[in-house]
Design a protein around this ligand. Structure first.
Ligand code: PMP
Length: 404
């Protein structure tokens, strides 16, 4: 190929606000490795936890020869079969809702993208938790938001500090992006009192609460806390984002938004300019899975399995890193957060850990301001207990090597 002189590509200013995801990139990074690696990096359910046989069976009816219309375009707001099955599934739960509030999305990420697309003008202030799920904060950045990081402790987002930080910022946030239950990445759950306070602050500031809760159905210990959606009682300032990625399978790319009915036409316009509709065969597959009652049984099995895995990870951490690190104690979800002292740089540790055969997400990748150089996120959900133990042993070996 001959090289021709090139003129610069006239990129939009927003192109430079796009930030990639260390989390997502770890999928291809790990696929390129040829040695055995214990994978604590991605937030994926274990391969054996995906109900493949049931999905295959349901799939034959949902998208087999008898269902040719399953391959057509779907309604932008969601296939009625899925909306109906989802409404029935959510009835009586803390996410109970009505059809006019539901909007089916291509995974949770699209719910976040729609939220920020409808809310954020360039330069608007958006509060994110610190640490946070940086794919979510990256979405806000892609609409040129300015981010304000507010700290998370064992009880979730510290709402008192949030109030002080917003006062100091001298302007009110357009949106508050929170992961209230079994937070990604800390595992913390926002207490009832703090949920109520957060809603009060949002009302006072006129901010929208983006309530991103993919893990809420995966509680394996402690007492349930009402969702922000339920506590809001229909307040238009709460925009809830949910997904089937963690409770059935991430490759489905099916999720939903629960938002004020007045937003439906805007959500439809935004999605029509994006991907027309969520892939119909997989909406039908999920609808069939729900309608046949498989989700509840599946969740019971998964919760029990994740409890055992979390305990295995904590036991292994105590055994191998007990005198060198602290970690959180999540009551559900996929993640725990490990904090070292200042002598351990978890980005530098990553290369050594990978060579030792274990992968995780460094803390700095989970904060837009890179505030966690000595912390890391571990996913306990993807591996059986023996592998968890082996992975933590390898991690401890890597720590020993970087300390030398
Ligand atoms: N929000 C949070 C907090 C998540 O952990 C994830 C997935 N890791 C998502 C949103 C995105 O979900 P999905 O894979 O369905 O796009």
């Amino acid at each position: 190929m001959t090289t021709t002189p090139t003129t610069p590509i006239p990129l939009a200013s927003r192109a430079s606000d796009l930030v990639g995801s260390v989390i997502d990139s770890s999928t291809s990074l790990l696929a390129r490795q040829t040695h055995d690696i214990v994978r604590f990096a991605m937030g994926s359910p274990a391969p054996e936890a995906i109900p493949t046989h049931t999905l295959a069976q349901v799939g034959i009816a949902a998208m087999g020869a008898e269902a040719p219309d399953a391959f057509d375009y779907a309604a932008t707001e969601g296939d009625p079969a899925l909306v109906e099955a989802l409404l029935a599934e959510l009835a009586g739960t803390t996410d109970a809702t009505t059809a006019e509030r539901l909007f089916i999305t291509s995974g949770g990420m699209q719910g976040l993208d729609l939220a920020f697309k409808l809310l954020v003008d360039p330069g608007d202030l958006v509060v994110v938790e610190s640490p946070t799920y940086t794919n979510g904060s990256a979405t806000a950045l892609s609409y040129q938001a300015e981010l304000l990081e507010a700290p998370v402790d064992a009880d979730g987002l510290d709402v008192e500090q949030l109030e002080r930080l917003v006062e100091r910022a001298g302007r009110t946030p357009k949106a508050l992006y929170v992961i209230p239950t079994f937070q990604n990445p800390s595992g913390a759950t926002l207490t009832l009192e703090r949920r109520q306070r957060l809603l009060e602050l949002a009302r006072r500031w006129g901010s929208v609460v983006i309530d991103d809760d993919p893990y809420g159905m995966l509680r394996f210990a402690g007492e349930p806390v009402p969702s922000l959606h339920e506590l809001a009682g229909g307040d238009p300032l709460v925009f809830s984002v949910r997904t089937f990625s963690k409770i059935i399978a991430p490759g489905l790319r099916v999720g939903w938004v629960d938002a004020d009915p007045s937003l439906q036409p805007l959500l439809i316009n935004a999605k029509q300019a994006m991907d027309t509709c969520t892939n119909l065969p997989l909406q039908r597959l999920v609808a069939g899975f729900l309608r046949e009652g498989h989700l509840q049984d599946h969740l019971v099995t998964q919760r029990a399995s994740y409890r055992v895995r979390k305990e295995a990870m904590q036991a292994a951490l105590t055994e191998h890193l007990g005198d060198q690190a602290r970690w959180t104690d999540p009551e559900g979800g996929f993640f725990l957060w490990v904090s070292f002292d200042e002598s351990v740089d978890t980005e530098r540790l990553f290369e050594v850990a990978l060579a030792e055969g274990v992968a995780y997400i460094p803390g700095n990748a989970l904060s837009p301001g890179r505030r966690f150089p000595h912390d890391l996120r571990l996913c306990f959900a993807s591996m059986p207990p023996e592998r968890i133990h082996e992975g933590v042993r390898r991690l401890a070996r890597a720590v020993e090597r970087v300390r030398r």
